[in-house]
Design a protein around this ligand. Sequence first.
Ligand SMILES: [Zn+2]
Length: 117
Amino acid sequence: MTIWANTSPAIYFSTSVALKNGIRYVCDPDFHMMNSSMNLVDIASKYILLQPSRKALKGKCPFHKDETTSLLIIPQSNVFKCFGCGAEGGPMEFLMRIENKNRTKVIADIAEKTFPK
Ligand SMILES: [Zn+2]
């Protein structure tokens, strides 16, 4: 388990905040845990238009110059896969790629939205 001290900028996340000696800590900000606590369809649909396709959703991949709809999102598994450029992952990977941020920055931004100052 990784414990990050409540340093500045404050990093909070709703499902993983614990109190220790009156200080709020983020406990185990595990990548997969964060992935599973976010809805990929909600996130992706802010950036791209998604169309239903059988049990999945498809859309133009934002990670390469996509003339067709190469990006597939499987809501049941909360994952995406592009058959054009090979991009794949969950909500965290999507956010990291589309906003060109590293993992720490993505977590910090989510935390800021979850716990506005
Ligand atoms: Zn692609």
